[in-house]
Design a protein around this ligand. Sequence first.
Ligand SMILES: [Zn+2]
Length: 672
Amino acid sequence: MTSSLPLRAAVAAITLAVASCALALPAKVSVTPPSGARLLEGQRFDLRVEGLGTGPFRATLTLDGAPLAFTSGAQDTVETDGISPKEGTAQWGGFNVRGHAIRRPGPHLLEATFTDATGTVKVSSTIQVLGRRADRADRAGRGPPGHGDGVKNVIILLGDGMGVAHRTAGRIVKYGVSGGDPNGHLEMDALPGTGLVSTHSLNSVITDSAPGMACYSTGSHANNNQEGVYPAHVVSPFFQPRVEYMAEYLHRVKGASLGIVTTADVEDATPAANAVHTGNRNAGTGIVDQYLDEAGSSGLRVLLGGGRRWFLPAGRFGSSRTAATDYAGLPADLVAAWGLPAAAAGAADPARDLLGDFQRAGFAYVDSASALAGLRGHAPEKLLGLFGYGNMNVALDKVAKRRGTPLADGTYVVDHYHAPDQPMLDEMTEAALAVLSKDRDGFVLLVEGAHVDKQSHLMDADRAIGEVLELDAAVGVARRFAEAHRDTLVLVLADHECSGFSLIGGLVGGIDHLKALPSEAGALDPATVPARQAAVGIYEAAGFPRYAIQPDGYPATMDIDGKVLVGYGASGDRFETWLAKPLPVIDSLLPGDVKGELAMRGYGAEPVKRASDASGFFLRGHAPGLQAVHTAADIPLSAASPGSDAWLDFVGVQTNTDVFFKAMRAVLSGRD
Ligand SMILES: [Zn+2]
């Protein structure tokens, strides 16, 4: 089955006008949104005409033949927007229309001219506006539009990097298999609608998490590293043309709230791609400032995860705030057209006490699992929870502390990370729902299991599988909420697959035998069969692994005889031991202070530097660099909406941006 949404319009037509002289015409002239972009009826977006050449510049822009007035860079004059950069000896010129919206569904033609001292170039782009209500043809003969209680709340549970095999691994580890059948199914397996989603970005078949999430939250594709914006050449990534987020739209038209829950640092791409508009996913200081400065537009009421480093003034232990990752002076026309308060223009303020600013804005603040649990029964109006300096720890390391099963030296990984008391993702989800469900106008909640991706990059299969189980427990919370609040749409999906995660077999010979093998770090000759390669039981030798699941929902140990063994189709270099690794690789999203301490304790900085891998055999990766990478494989999606048939729309094969329109129509159909 193909997408039930209209296919894109044709590619851009670029026409060269007659040059006024023999000199080179302006280069790289473009009009944004790019051809093929799709927007929802009434969804706000910025338009931009830009080009590279020799000033002075002029530009014109029409929409379906009618002139549009630029909000910066005056129409048909030599004035540009003041935010276009120099490039070598040449110069970019740009003209913008901020905060526009189109009400009429269908294709719309943008035609622009861009003129410099050497002549004029014409460009055009055809964009598509989709109505709030699906028409009959859109539903591909699947019957009348949705009925029942409709949809008020949208919960998106995103396993970053989670492909089909990650889900299969989680199910095998948690439930086992007998006589060819799973002994049980994950919570996410039980959602009634299943679909496949292609995950490409605007500039590659292989996306990163920024456009990977933003396509679900905006309906538009972006280039890699970009979230909530279209590509452009401007002096700050925060000045790029914006496209309105799902939460911003629903807050504007019906007062809905936004909740963001992640096991990552809250500045990371997936959480930020719900509320922050930037062309640089790594601009942490500005990203976290924008969460608060534009909370009035996004409706942000819950922010739970790691990342305390961005909320502490520069100079304090664990702070990562710098002017270099901040922004200042958002363009005046952007601030005005998007209805932002003057303070949202921003300032380069590494010394800002953002934690204090959040609290002064009415957010209750918690920094531990115990403090979060203390809110049960009396949820605040707004909630900020920061449970670590950078990314939170993975499930297995958090569980080790909760169980009281330390490392060999009696210490705990979470203590080394200065985050001894962190909540699990299902506990964070429960707390978020307690706050958000107080809002009668509905909400959008993003719940991210971030480390499925991060541990797959690091080729730590045991920790990656533990993350699938942690996300699945959160899916269980969402499912129970949706059963009680039937006007809730639950989507479980991923932004992309990571590592080419592949279940290749089961361990033969036993864990004790494996642990006793001599080191084979020198086994590089293809004629030599490393003993640990011989320990891979394939086909029937893989048998039926059976893990001992504890009351907390996680295996007693990942090192069982017959354990699931994982290979990586998109691998980086690594040593393979098949054994669980006592220490994770140093997380990249941590303040330098903490990274330094971990290095002193013997944590590896990359997969090939793990001390515990010294006995393993070396495997040369397929991909350059020292980590596994994302793949272009489709990802599975699961959908449920107990009070309506909205979930049916997600069945089949679809492109990632379709998910936005389907979810928005589920919420908005029947409204004018
Ligand atoms: Zn990734």
